[in-house]
Design a protein around this ligand. Structure first.
Ligand code: SAM
Length: 280
């Protein structure tokens, strides 16, 4: 790819999705965007690049951005955060929200749904402890195609094998030859909505728990700071943020501090977590 073409995509992706692309990844532009050019009827990738230099179709830009995003995910990804969710975070919330019996959770880059559905299954497993509670799980992503997939709740054998405990699979899915269909009662627990993390988040309301995992890793520092600031403003004062194993707030923002001994879990600076004496 010509350097000027590379620069066009570099700018477009940084601006529209926050994705940082370096010259050593230019082969990815070729392999992922050639099918987009074909789908849109361009004779070549160069022809599509020319079109993007004019006043491009909004949907074409969206397709380019979606083709370049990484949707890698799995049920109960990395296991440990879901143990912490159950044993630390929900333990706190059961006590702290006993009065209002309401809990708001946001999965901020949910991909094909495995992350919010894993949370929904864990909450379902808590059974009578949550009787009478209003639980809202909002799952958002930049990509409308991936959200459509998430809403369907249909997964391949490969997808359900990665990280899903067998008893959960048997309890919450129905097999349909090669596919696994998630039960409606779990699907109904999650609301999906498109959202670009670089755009304003105020309309979402406030949350007790936010999962923003394995997305900021692709952003530059300014965008990481911007997104974390937005999330800190959406979190209740005793709320929790989960980030991915390779992500951190250190050196980026002091709006959050890590919880000692709970990898990937953050609380807001000055956050009130009375029952968690260990918060540091
Ligand atoms: C690697 S997946 C992570 C999924 C899940 N959180 C996990 O940890 O398994 C990253 C997701 O972030 C989404 N994404 C990328 N840029 C985004 C943006 N600016 N706003 C919202 N979502 C974005 C992608 O579409 C993709 O589905």
């Amino acid at each position: 790819m010509r350097i000027t073409d590379f620069d066009l995509y570099k700018e477009l992706l940084a601006q529209k999705s926050g994705l940082v692309i370096t010259p050593d990844k230019s082969y990815l532009l070729d392999s992922r965007l050639t099918p987009v050019a074909k789908k849109w009827g361009y004779a070549s990738l160069e022809a599509m690049t020319m079109a993007l230099r004019g006043v491009p179709d909004r949907k074409l830009v969206q397709d380019v951005v979606e083709a370049m995003t990484t949707n890698e995910t799995s049920f109960f990804r990395d296991t440990k955060p879901f143990d912490i969710f159950k044993d630390v975070v929900m333990k706190h919330m059961l006590d702290a929200r006993q009065g209002q019996k309401s809990l708001k959770i946001w999965c901020a880059a949910c991909s094909s749904g495995q992350e919010p559905y894993s949370l929904a299954m864990l909450l379902k497993e808590m059974g009578a402890q949550l009787n009478g509670w209003r639980i809202d799980i909002l799952a958002t992503d930049l990509s409308e195609d991936i959200l459509d997939q998430a809403k369907r709740g249909i997964y391949s054998q490969f997808e359900v094998q990665r990280g899903m405990p067998i008893q959960m699979l048997v309890k919450y899915f129905k097999q349909d030859s090669e596919r696994w269909l998630l039960n409606d009662d779990i699907k109904r627990m999650v609301r999906f909505q498109p959202l670009n993390l670089l755009e304003p988040m105020t309309s979402l309301g406030r949350f007790d728990i936010v999962f923003c995992r394995n997305v900021l890793i692709y952003f530059n520092e300014d965008n990481k700071r911007k997104v974390l600031k937005g999330i800190s403003e959406r979190l209740e004062s005793d709320g929790f943020l989960f980030m991915g194993g390779a992500e951190t707030v250190l050196g980026i923002t002091d709006a959050f501090k890590p919880m000692q001994g709970q990898r990937g879990l953050y609380i807001t600076k000055g956050g009130k977590h009375d029952v968690l004496g260990a918060a540091e």
